[in-house]
Design a protein around this ligand. Sequence first.
Ligand SMILES: CSC[C@H]1O[C@H](OP(=O)(O)O)[C@H](O)[C@@H]1O
Length: 387
Amino acid sequence: MADQYAQSSEDIRPTGIPAIPAIRWDEPPEGPVLVLLDQTRLPGEESELVCTDAQALVEAIRTLAVRGAPLLGIAAAYGVALAAARGFDVDEAADSLAGARPTAVNLAYGARRAQAAYRTAVVDGAGPERAAGAALEAARALHAEDARASAKMAAHGLALLEELLPGGGHRILTHCNTGALVSGGEGTAFAVALKSHRAGSLRRLWVDETRPLLQGARLTAYEAARNGMAYTLLTDNAAGSLFAAGEVDAVLIGADRIAADGSVANKVGSYPLAVLARYHHVPFIVVAPVTTVDLDTPDGASIEVEQRASHEVTEVTAPHVPVLGMEAGGGIPVAPLGTQAYNPAFDVTPPELVTAIVTEEGVLSPVTAEGVAGLCAESRGGRVPID
Ligand SMILES: CSC[C@H]1O[C@H](OP(=O)(O)O)[C@H](O)[C@@H]1O
């Protein structure tokens, strides 16, 4: 069944990860800027969004021009460095960036890490310029750490797939977008699928479109095509029939926050996939860096799930209008005007439904509170306060 839905080979353009990096710091003569690949305009348009202050970055985060837990942390750290470099109030910038979206713990972690570097420099007698340099150094370090973590997660994840599914021919279902567009490297869950592809072991990447903001259709399909992967798009509500047909060997997803008990907050639609995977005896694998683990959040019920605007559900956009960032009424109504929609951006999967959590520190399975704590103990000596 999988092969009859394969896109034709000429559609596959193995041109590598996005030509424009998801994020980059630049220092033109008029002053430092943070340059983002505007993810609201993908896949049709690869355009850059230039942020000159933290407020512009907060808006870009809220409209998902920049998104995905690890990249949100990196962006927030650069945002604090940008505020420091341009003489704005660093604490105010860190607070507004940390609070831009509630669920991805990396966001606050990145902001606080750069803020802590700035403060430490000031306490050590550094002037504003050197202190700003310390914040930028912290952002660059986080960026590089995430790139290394991505490569390690890909290696650990592929080894797990080969253990669970010996002989290759992996048919992997993924949800939302977890590639280079969410990372300092090649991503989290997508990086595992990409490594499987490069090893000749990926038979099919099933890509959930991921309503309502279509990160799967717009972003994961874009990354899979650019990497020459065999992928097939599906509506979220078609996933169940794929499991029933025996077409899914493993589910690979990312995470936005992993609580101390191992509960996983991820894009809405992840929890139903976990239930389907359990019912059909398919491994449900979460791939996330340790920066996504939050020991200060005890369990899934304690995770704040972002609720987003109704119009993201009740309207679709015209081709030239970005999916995100539009005001209510900016799109084409698919429901009666005035319809209110339940639009949680994430859901929470309990640890007992998670086969394994893959981090740069290795594979945690089964998922236990002790194991989650152990991940952090190894990877993060000191802990930067994130709230
Ligand atoms: C590996 S982080 C990617 C993670 O972030 C996505 O959410 P959003 O697109 O709203 O930033 C989704 O939960 C992905 O799993």
